[in-house]
Design a protein around this ligand. Sequence first.
Ligand SMILES: [Zn+2]
Length: 336
Amino acid sequence: MSIVSHLHQLFNAETCQSYIHTLRWKERPLQCPRCQSHNVGPWGTYHYQPGLQRYRCKDKDCKRTFNDLTGTLLDGSKRSLRHWILATFLLCLSCASRRIAKEVGVHIRTSYRWCWWLRNVALSYEMQRQLDGTIEADELYHTAGQKGQAKGGGKKVLGRRARGRRKKREPGRGHYDKDRPAIIAWVSRQGTVVLQATRDFTVKTVQKAVNLAVHIGSRLYTDSASSYRALTGYLHEYVNHTQKEYARGAVHENRAECLFSLLKPYLRVFRGVSKINLPGYVGFFQFLRNFYHLTAFEQAEMILYAALDPAIASKARKGDFVRCLDHFDLLQSPIN
Ligand SMILES: [Zn+2]
């Protein structure tokens, strides 16, 4: 499906509305969002939102009205559906929230909030993902500090000089407390991936990570890091990079390394990610990779479809999906 065929629709309010209407009730029963009754009928329209269908619940105890957007992520937004659709599309093209604000024409705070919600919605597809078969693993340390974590928002008074951590990177393994949390990638040879932002790279953390990401008993190919060698419950083989061994027959981790070569430029677009927000960004990248065979618009359609489910929307607004993905207590850590 080409983008152009959709772009002209974006500029017609009524077509957008009927697109959202179709998506809202696709494979979902038309029912009252308050009492779940199926006994509902049309109840006029709104003059200020052309095309938005209103319904009335005919249940004798309810009798309330609702519309296509009631309870969804788009409910109560002052911005038009065109703004939402375009923003979701740009998000799937890996745009930063500042770029989206500029292109769509909304305030940066609006676009930041939307991006955060929509990323959360996308995570709803990734909650149950567990890999099996042959899995490659690799780890990366990403510099992530306290961007945007000033109390009460606004510009942060540092009270110190900028740390310039990119230049004076310490050798060896990173750690959450040193503003360099680890990201572990699990890549199936079938193509599906799981990425996890973790506090550190100890045996305990990696064992917990592998148990969440990979089916027990699967075949695991890694490098010779001691945390991998201590793993139990898997058929494990490794290549020894220190001895310049990068592949031994089928044993290699090139797919995992390739994934990082895609993750790094993806994260670079955001000009620094807070370590608090890292699981959300990494999780969204996982969604993009697992549906890479779709176009950005089809990915956006998946996100919008989920955002129009009231149950997913309320969880996404509260950030529940990111919290569920955060098995390593990155979000709970005190900010100092
Ligand atoms: Zn009702």
